[in-house]
Design a protein around this ligand. Structure first.
Ligand code: ADP
Ligand code: MG
Length: 576
């Protein structure tokens, strides 16, 4: 749908076209006409689908020039960054409507300046709930003439505990108003607000085919407890993403990790709610311009941050909420680009949590082995050698010959000099590659029992039957009454599945599983005797599958900084 088909005034269509928008996104095409009609709207669509314009364009279009000195529209956003971002977008939308005046008000910034701005006469206010409340109480924000209120990222505002502020703000707004709510998710609390504060709302949603963006390749790495930082460092060095975002669950973790990475020489900075507004803005600008290439953030701080060319997202901590996973990885793969998401997990609990996320998001999160220190050093070395060869061939540094003479005249040979230079260069490149001892995973680690105490059972369903590890685990827990942590590695082959189980419980497990179903399909179980009839072909097929997927992924990402695949794809394993 084109913007001039939505009922927007020419001034706005022109501004939007100048911004480079060609067609309206789905949520925009659905919501804009309804908003222009004056309807209360609930809009649900994923991050990155253009919700700001979906409400911002009609908001600007509907400002009445007659009452231009009074606040007519209030937009509430969860964070300062989002408020700033939305108000900047609104300025662009209303470029050719000179009477539309927008003002952003948020905490952590000078309130007097905001008061001065408000006094000048603005008609659209974009703000965070806390600061908006503050201005209402100081009588520096008057809402008597308000005709439209928009809650952007409503789910996040509720998550952040803004419910009371929002409800109080709504009390100050005339009942004859248009109430609009946008959200990436629709938890019950949102529906409650909708029921209470909106009049006959029209719900517009954009159905998601797959819950995660298809262009994002997703991988995970299982590492021993306490080694996440090393693992992260290894991945950063190995894959060299140009711009990456790393997510932690707490502010303290953001600080700690930032300190760690900066000490190791990475151009990284943290972003979270406890930081002063000024430094948050500085960090964000540095990241957008590429002066910083690693941003470490909490979910809330990163919400909605609009940087288009993030090529990798790292989940240092597993997100506490399935939806968060989608939001996090949605920071990459934006604007039609491809991206990669890496999740680092420690311990079985986190593995299961991640599998739960994979199930919820209908995503393939593929297990990978970390590149080893030797792999990384070898690749870096090869890279340096290739470069040198290329430079020699193209005579890139013609002045070198003269410099070499200064050393050979002292009696050194050219070979000695060249070898030393190469050594210097390679040691510089590989200095920060962490030492990483290959992890050994044993089932039932928590109880400290050795691997010898476990055996394997074989279940007669495999990948051909479309089963997933969590189905198998669920069935085991159901049938045996044992806790999930008693079960070890689950390997799904084409036609069968093996599960590591405690030797002493094996008979009980076989008994209880006999005749049960997994995912609606009857199973047979037996003790796994080392090699199943299917074992060989199954395992081979599995490797081939992995290789093929991997090549497809590489093709999609060709030209990007994934240089360490050679050794890696041999080690890749299927999801287990
Ligand atoms: P959301 O709020 O849904 O997460 P945003 O409003 O932040 O999404 O928009 C995401 C990005 O898409 C922004 O960079 C925005 O400028 C861009 N965008 C929005 N609508 C369009 C469109 N119709 N065509 C092209 N780009 C768009
Ligand atoms: Mg948004």
């Amino acid at each position: 749908m084109l913007f001039n088909e939505l009922g927007l005034p020419q001034e706005i269509v022109r501004a939007v076209e100048e911004m480079g928008y060609e067609e309206a996104t789905e949520i925009q095409a659905k919501a804009i006409p309804l908003l222009l009609e004056g309807k209360d709207v609930v809009g649900r669509s994923q991050t990155g689908t253009g919700k700001t314009a979906a409400f911002g364009l009609p908001a600007a279009a509907m400002i009445d020039p007659e009452g231009a000195r009074r606040v007519q529209t209030l937009i509430l956003c969860p964070t300062r960054e989002l408020a700033m971002q939305a108000s900047q977008e609104l300025d662009k939308f209303s470029k050719y409507l000179p009477y539309v005046k927008t003002c952003a008000i948020y905490g952590g910034a000078d309130i007097e300046r905001q008061i001065t701005q408000l006094k000048k006469g603005v008609n659209i206010v974009v703000g965070t709930p806390g600061r908006v409340m503050d201005h209402i109480r100081r009588h520096t924000l008057h809402l008597e003439e308000l005709r439209m209120v928009i809650l952007d990222e409503a789910d996040e505002m509720l998550n952040m505990g803004f419910r009371e502020d929002i409800e109080e703000i709504l009390q100050y707004i005339p009942e004859e108003r248009q109430t609009v709510l946008f959200s990436a998710t629709m938890p019950p609390q949102i529906m409650a607000i909708t029921g209470e504060y909106q009049r006959d709302p029209v719900v517009v949603g954009v159905e998601q085919k797959s819950r995660t963006v298809e262009k994002i390749a997703q991988f995970y790495y299982e590492v021993p407890m306490g080694r996440k930082t090393d693992a992260l460092q290894m991945l950063l060095i190995a894959f060299e993403p140009k711009l990456s975002m790393i997510f932690c669950n707490t502010k303290a973790m953001v600080d700690e990790l930032t300190e760690n990475l900066v000490a190791k020489g990475f151009k990284a900075a943290g972003l979270h709610g406890d930081m002063k507004q000024q430094s948050r803005t500085q960090v964000l600008n540095a990241f957008k311009s590429g002066r910083l290439n690693i941003l470490i953030a909490t979910d809330v701080a990163a919400r909605g941050i609009d940087v288009d060319d993030v090529d990798a997202v790292f989940n240092y901590d597993i997100p506490q909420d399935n939806e968060y996973y989608i939001h996090r990885i949605g920071r990459t793969g934006r604007a039609g680009r491809s991206g990669t998401a890496y999740t680092i997990v420690s311990g079985r609990k986190q593995v299961y949590e991640l599998k739960e996320i994979a199930r919820f998001t209908k995503a393939d999160i593929i297990r990978c082995e970390l590149p080893t220190r030797d792999d990384v050093i070898e690749k870096k070395t090869q890279h340096v050698l290739d470069k040198v060869k290329n430079y020699v061939e193209t005579d890139k540094y013609p002045d070198g010959a003269e410099l070499l003479e200064r050393l050979t005249s002292l009696g050194l040979t050219a070979e000695q000099v060249a070898a030393t230079l190469l050594g210097m260069r390679i040691s510089k490149e590989t200095r920060t590659v962490p030492e990483f001892i290959k992890p050994v995973f044993r089932p039932r680690d928590e109880k400290g029992r050795a691997k010898g105490n476990s055996c394997k059972i074989e279940i007669s369903l495999g990948r051909q039957n479309r089963i997933a590890p969590n189905f198998v685990l669920g069935a085991l827990v159901d049938a045996t009454g044992m806790a999930g942590k008693n079960f070890g590695k689950i390997d799904i082959y084409d036609r069968y599945t093996t599960v590591e189980v405690p030797e002493e419980d094996c008979e009980h497990i076989l008994d209880s599983m006999t005749g049960t179903k997994i995912n609606g399909q009857k199973i047979k179980v037996k003790r796994y005797e080392g090699k199943s009839t299917d074992a060989k072909s199954g395992a081979n097929r599995r490797n081939q599958d992995s290789e093929k997927d991997y090549r497809n992924f590489r093709r999609k990402n060709s030209g990007r900084a994934r240089k360490f695949d050679g050794s890696q794809n041999k080690k890749r394993r299927s999801y287990n």
